[in-house]
Design a binder for this molecule. Structure first.
Ligand SMILES: [Zn+2]
Length: 248
């Protein structure tokens, strides 16, 4: 399905609604079971609802294709909320944080731990070890899919809430995607991988909330070139600049 037609349409063009409906139908047919569309024409919003292999899922789309948000309901036995981001502007420049300006990085209460270029977990310091341990406890295939698709599909955020829902939002306008239906459909597929992965975690293996992880559980690294924070168990080289770990 091509979105080329969209670019020539004015803001109030009624064909936009038709195109948005076709787009949502194509995604529902491709990846959801028992899907239905809920339309709110006055707000210009369209909602696609259905199930992805048993998990209730819905997608919200506006008729101008300015944003797509996915949500999935999935039990989270860890009770922890993880905020995963992909933002190429968060990648530090090599050398930028050396010497006196080092304090520009990592001094505030929240910290970014990177797993891929521009892909990171944002966490408050008090909760950092538990949240890193949850991420690390996800099956390796789930972690691999996250690194590949957060970056490759320009997924700006994937939030796992402790109360049992997962939300995902894309960075780019949908009509600019090279393959809009498949790229949007992979969003719900990725959430499904995470939902399955969460169900595999034994919460008893995690550090208690606000407790430090036992030594040997997390191998925390700071890149000597760009000051990126990462886990050696996840990345053998700096995920942002590619530098090897330095001897301390
Ligand atoms: Zn680096």
């Amino acid at each position: 399905m091509s979105m080329k037609a969209f670019e020539g349409m004015g803001p109030e063009d009624p064909r936009k609604w038709q195109l948005a409906t076709q787009f949502a139908q194509a995604i529902g047919t491709q990846c959801l079971q028992g899907h239905q569309l809920v339309q709110n024409q006055s707000d210009g919003e369209l909602e696609l609802r259905g199930k992805w292999h048993g998990y209730p899922a819905r997608m919200k789309l506006d008729m101008n294709f300015g944003s797509i948000e996915w949500e999935m309901k999935a039990a989270n036995p860890t009770g922890a909320s993880l905020f995963l981001h992909w933002n190429p502007e968060a990648v530090p420049n090599v050398g930028q944080f050396s010497g006196d300006v080092a304090s520009d990085w990592g001094e505030d209460d929240s910290t970014k731990y990177f797993f891929g270029k521009g892909f990171y977990l944002g966490a408050e310091k008090a909760e950092l070890d538990r949240l890193l341990a949850v991420y690390q406890s996800l099956h390796e295939h789930v972690r691999g899919a996250l690194v590949t698709h957060m970056i490759g599909d320009k997924i700006a955020r994937l939030y796992l809430y402790g109360h049992g829902s997962i939300c995902l939002g894309f960075d780019a306008n949908v009509y600019e995607f090279p393959d809009p239906v498949n790229q949007t459909a992979r969003g719900v597929w990725l959430m499904g991988q995470v939902a399955w992965g969460l169900g595999q975690i034994d919460p008893g293996s995690l550090p208690a909330p606000e407790q430090a992880a036992p030594s040997g559980m997390l191998f925390k690294m700071t890149c000597g070139y760009c000051r990126t924070l990462y886990l050696w168990s996840q990345n053998q080289f700096c995920p942002n600049c590619g530098a090897p770990p330095q001897q301390r």
